[in-house]
Design a protein around this ligand. Sequence first.
Ligand code: ADP
Ligand code: MG
Length: 688
Amino acid sequence: MDEPITLRTPLSALSGVGPARQKALLKLGLETVADLLAYFPRDYEDRTVQHDISALPLEEPVCFAALVAEPFRTSYIRRGMELTQGRIVDGTSTVYVTFFNQSYIRSALTPGETYHFYGRLTRNGNRLQISNPHFEKEGENRLTGGIMPVYPLTAGITGHLIASLQRQASACSDQVLETLPEDLRRAYALAPVEFAYREIHFPTGWDSLEKARRRLMFEELFCLTLGLTLLRGRRGTQKAAAFVRQDIDAFTNALPFSLTDAQLRSLREAAADLAKPVPMNRLLQGDVGSGKTVVAAACAWLAKENGRQSALMAPTELLARQHARTLTDLLSPLGMTVDLLTGSMTAKQKRLCRERLESGETDLIVGTHALLSDPVDFARLGLVITDEQHRFGVDQRAALTAKAGGEGARPHVLVMSATPIPRTLALMIYGDLDLSVIDQLPPGRTPVETFLIGEDKRQRLYDFVRKLAGQGRQVYIVCPAVDQEDPEGMKAAEQYGHKLRTQVFPDLRVGIVHGRQKPKEKNAVMSAFAAGELDVLVSTTVIEVGVDVPNAALMVIEDADRFGLSQLHQLRGRVGRGKHQSYCVLLSSNRAESTRRRLKTLCSTTDGFLIAEEDLKIRGPGDFFGSRQHGLPQLKLASLEGDMRLLHQAQAAAREVLREDPDLRREDHAPLRKRVEDLFRENRDIFN
Ligand code: ADP
Ligand code: MG
């Protein structure tokens, strides 16, 4: 190396990186040494050699120190197959070692010397064996003798390469700027940045590794909170049309039912936002069936009263249609015009729809992503409502809000979600949103009865399905996968549906719907089910969100152990929406105690928040950050471990810092500010 490495050195300047690897590294988002240092292991392997061989587990990767007891010998089994064998020992056991086609090993292992070995031990009779182990001379450790980081990889990039690059990069890990002020570090017992970056890649022990991880996770959550808070603050400087006319009674009086207290509270919170000349940005959270749509409709009514149009975006065509129907029922008696725009409409239909929007004839447009496509212009868009927003990225939300146009004003935004996640986490995930919670179901609902059963009860279940169908009720049967390519043998909607239709329920009308069907096909089946033309609907989780068929009274979930608790709860929410007693049956042949306990939670409660808390305890917040497309910055470490306490600490720390330096303008906060900026790369204007 000619020049010393700095954080800005491109990885192509490190030894071992040619053009091909440079390209592959880029795929991992790695361009410079700084990127590499921030590329954290996803896991660690214990390759310390602290254990006697006799105490080591069999059939899993282990590391141990042993003495070569005899010269290794090669025998020729047949053409192209030679074995090199010998014995190694520690004070507790003897291990018979075999290498295949590696006769050079004979000279690499010297009798009487101690090496570190790494591989899987097996037992044959009372002999311990190991095949093709890695080995290194004691004191020359690269792969053994310590805690080995395991990095996320891609084609063309091996763990060895990353490790070698990290060794080179570590020369400048002391150049990484400290973002956390010292008093804050002391108050929360956080390790210094240099220690953290060294230890995360080259751990010297489990305790120090944990200290490093804690500091880096804290930093991540801390910066995330800071960024979100700043974003929220920035909203205060944006303009929106204030909906000053607030005759909510006119709306509620026209309803066929009275709103629950929780609905009223949420509506009042939203209405107060809407009355301000600043864009509302509110998350309306409520369990399935809690009645979010009515609250959204009330907001659209307020918009109309104030001469503004509203748009509601749904994640699927099916939901868009359903919303359009419900909202027409709710709003047309009040003289409002509701229209629908979806991708599958003909060009002419779309054009007419757009014309009605542009002329201002439409008061509320309901649609899918088609609403985002460019030619759509609103005469005076004042409110954007999105349903189940975790299916939309923040970007898409922004695309629609940008359509408000006119005098730099932005529309108000209401986001509806049925994912009942705890408040602190909701605020993190949905970022810069205020939160209203509908924590109460409309009166007169009978809770869904839930049962967990095994294969032995399958016939009785089928009888029950037939009995309900005989009473005119409808049944959902949900399977985890689409077809039998699935190696785990999970029930596949396609094949299973066919079997139910032809063999089990030849007397019933059975429909099949899954994500790989064309939207048209899917819609046709769903509409038939909604219209009561099918008795049984076999599906994958495409019916998870929002579908409303009040006559459905039984939800059967096959291989229920495959689903997360919250997802099961969502699925269950598809029934119990009408006046009939409804049931949910979880089928699972998984007998593991932890699985059964998890599924039993569902049988004992219908409280979505309780279930979400339970889910969170089991899976940790990482899952919420990791698997969802929420459009927020990706967290690298915080997703590895569920530590709510750390999140609360980071949030408290962020509040403290912002109290003293509301815009992070202070000189000593410069590194912190840069870090937040980097984390919110997509939101460059966060500090403007
Ligand atoms: P979700 O929160 O799951 O979107 P919906 O808005 O679809 O719930 O409401 C579920 C059902 O409850 C709808 O049929 C709706 O008309 C009805 N509903 C909503 N609010 C009330 C209420 N206050 N009283 C009676 N029924 C209500
Ligand atoms: Mg809904």
